[in-house]
Design a binder for this molecule. Sequence first.
Ligand code: DHB
Length: 539
Amino acid sequence: MGIGATAGVAAVGGIALSAQASSDSSSGSAGAAGSLAFDPDGFSKLTTTVTDTAGTEHNVTYHFWKAITYVANPVDETYQSLIVSAPVEIDGTAVDPTDAPILLANSIGGYMPSSVADATEVGGGGSAMGGGAAPSGAAPSSSTSAAPNANANSNTNATGGATASNQLLALAAGYVVIEPGARGRTLKNSDGEYYGTAPAAIVDLKAAVRYIKANKGLIPGDVDKIVSAGTSAGGALSSLLGASGDSPIYEKYLKELGAADASDAIFAVGAWCPITDLEHADGAYEWNWGANDLSTGKQVDQTVSKQLKAQFAEYQAGLKLRGLDGFGPLNARNYDDYLVEQYLQPSATTYLAALSDADRATYLAANTFITWSAGKATFGWDDFLTHVGARKKDTPAFDAFDLSAGENNEFGAGTTENRHFTAFGAKNDTTGLSSRRVAADIPEKLNLMNPMYHLVEKVNDRRSKHWWIRLGTSDSDTSHVISANLAARLDNLGDDVNHLYYWDQGHGANTDPGDFITWIADVTSFGKEKGADKKGKRN
Ligand code: DHB
C-alpha cells in the first residue's frame, strides 16, 4: 500500500459487473481464452482512499480479483499470476471501467522474482528484492544519491515522495490496474536448476498480456490500451515489453507455458530508470562515470575503464542515432554536450524555477557550478559529474570479471548460477573458468532481453508508439546514455517520446506520478483531459 492510502474491505464479491456483462455478450470473444478464461464475477469489493498529487483525497470503490494464474502450464504459479483492480465508484459517482486504459504495473526489481500470490488489495505486488534492498550480487551499494523512497513498494513505481503510487493514482483516475508477478533470477528448483533467469521474466510478462487480451470483453478495461509501468529492472522489462510486441522470437517459450493465444503487443510504456541494453552497459557506464571515484574514494581500474569506454564509442557510432530536437548525430565525443543541453540543464532549470527565491539562492550558493541567468541553469558536464560524486558500481558494472553482478545471475542457466554475457567479461574472467568465451546460447538470450534489438536490429512495427521515460540525474546504477539512446532511437523511428530527468534524484525516483497519469489519458484519449499540467511534454 502506497503512502497516503488506506484500504478496507467494504463487501465481498459475487456481484456482477453490469457494464462488463453487456460488453462481454456483445464482443463474442470471451471463448478465446479457453481454460484461461477470466471470471468476471470472481471479485471482492474493496474501498480505498487515494491522496492525489495535489493533496486531495479520493474515495475509490473497486472490484479486486486476487491472484489468477495467467498460463495453462505454469512453472511456478506463485510468480506466474496477476491481480486485477477495477474502479466502480469514485467520490460517490459510479464509473464504468469497461473502456478505461489498463495500467500494467510490474513490481520487478533487480531482475528478482516478483509475486502477487498473497496480494489482498491494489498495489499488492512485491519483489523478492524487498523494499530498499540492493539487488543481491550487485556492485557495492554505496550511492549517496539514492532517493529516499527508491525501491519503495518493492521497486515498483516508486514515488520518491509523499504521494500515492502509480497504481493508486491510476485507480483514482478511473483506470483498471493489473499487476503481474513474474519469475526472477534467483529461483531454483529441487534439481538445482535456475528457472527464473533470462528470458523468464519477459516471457511471463508477455504471457500476462496475452491472458488479458484473450479475455477481451470479460476482463475490465480496454485491452487495446495497455500501458506498462515499471522501475529499474522493472523499467527495463517494461521497455522490452513495449519494444518487442508480438515478436516471434518468444513464441517457443510462450507455447511451452501454455500462454493464451493472443497478441502480446501493448499500447504504451512507462519506464523509470530502465537498467537495459545490458551487453553494452559496461562501456556506457565507463563513458559516463569512468572518472568518478567509488564511495571509498578510490578510482576504479582505469585501464579496464578506458577499454570499455572505447567499446562504447564504437557501439554508439554504429547506432547512428540523432539526438532529439535537431541535435544531430550522436557519438561518444558529443554525448556529454547532448545530455547537458537536452536533459540535465532543463532538469535543473525546472527544479530551480520551482523553488522560492530564498531557497534558490541557498541552493545556488551551495552549488556554485550552476549559473542561473534569465531563468535558466547552465553548467558543464565535468562539474555535473563532480556534483553527482561517487559512482555506485565498480568496473565492469554489469558483467563482473568475478561473476558477482546481479546481471551475471540473470544470464545464468541450468545449474549454473552466474555466467558472463559479454566477450570482454568472459575474456577477463577471474573465477577460473576453462572457457574464455560466452556460452553458445548467450547471443539469443541477449536479443530476448534487449529492447534495442527490437528497435535497431529488427525494427518491430508492433512496438508501443508512446513512451514515458524518467531518470534521476544522480542515478549511477547505469549510464545516462542507456535511457537517452532508447529515447533517441524511438524518436528517430517516429514514436511519441516523453523523456525527462529528475534533478538531484537517485535510483527509483518518480517525482511526477500525477503527470504520468495525465499522460496516459492524453495518449489513450480516455475521457476528458484531467488537469492542464503539460509540464515536460515534448510531442
Ligand atoms: C536494479 C538495479 C541495478 O543496479 C541493476 O544492475 C539491476 C536492477 C533494480 O533496482 O532493479
